[in-house]
Design a protein around this ligand. Structure first.
Ligand SMILES: Cc1cc2nc3c(=O)[nH]c(=O)nc-3n(C[C@H](O)[C@H](O)[C@H](O)COP(=O)(O)OP(=O)(O)OC[C@H]3O[C@@H](n4cnc5c(N)ncnc54)[C@H](O)[C@@H]3O)c2cc1C
Length: 198
């Protein structure tokens, strides 16, 4: 049902609602046998100006994953460095209502900026924070769900857990094959559909 009241009947529905996936699963009654759930996890992303002597950070820097400092980085427009968290257990994980959460930066922003400072000791930390606050759709094991559900015709492609952006084409093809397999009468639970790519 759309917001304007339009009703669309479809034999197959795939839940790709991102951080709202658990709400949609509950609406469909698809969550009643799920052993792995999805939850909206609040994330703060930091944008810091590149060090003063670096005119074009993007020209030499690339994506980094720094598991000692528990941050990842990439160049951001405006000669900035983007710093995201690798979500270590010592940080507070805020699972939130995706329709009602704090969009302001917190001490987590400063913590991530200081973590970059371990690698760039001279980096400045501006008094007005820049970046964004948004949501991951996270499963307990941080592995996405591409599956059928206990409701016939209702499928799941959710719980991307902060990654999977670049997997979208493969995920789409795999889901199409899964739907075709199940809708043709095959029992995916007894004999799982198999995806083979060379
Ligand atoms: C801060 C941040 C950094 C990230 N960094 C990376 C990264 O570096 N690399 C990477 O691979 N991934 C990254 N991700 C994860 C990546 O963005 C997601 O995995 C990807 O966007 C998931 O795509 P999706 O289409 O499944 O869901 P989404 O992009 O979340 O789309 C879901 C859509 O469903 C819509 N929707 C929800 N409920 C309803 C409803 N009831 N009716 C109609 N529409 C509805 C929403 O409006 C939304 O448009 C990051 C995510 C965040 C938040």
């Amino acid at each position: 049902m759309l917001a304007d009241g339009t009703r669309i009947d479809a034999p197959v529905v795939i839940n790709v609602a991102g951080p709202h996936s658990s709400q949609i699963n509950a609406m469909a009654g698809a969550d009643r046998d799920m052993k792995i759930s999805t939850r909206a996890l609040r994330q703060e992303v930091v944008h810091l100006p590149a060090p003063e002597n670096v005119d074009n950070y993007a020209s030499f820097a690339t994506v980094t994953s720094d598991s000692d400092a528990v941050i990842y980085t990439r160049p951001e427009t405006g000669n900035n460095i983007l710093i995201g968290s690798e979500d270590p257990p010592c940080d507070t994980h805020q699972y939130v209502d995706p329709d009602n959460y704090d969009r302001d930066f917190s001490d987590q922003w400063t913590l991530q900026a200081q973590r970059l400072g371990q690698r760039f000791p001279g980096i400045g930390i501006p008094s007005s924070p820049k970046g964004c606050v948004d949501l991951y759709d996270v499963t307990e094991d941080w592995i996405p769900i591409y599956d059928r559900s206990c409701v016939d015709g209702f499928y799941l492609a959710c719980g991307s857990s902060g990654n999977q952006f670049k997997n979208a084409p493969v995920a789409g093809k795999a889901m199409a094959e899964l739907v075709e397999y199940c809708e043709s009468g095959n029992d995916h639970d007894a004999i799982p559909a198999r995806e083979r790519r060379s």
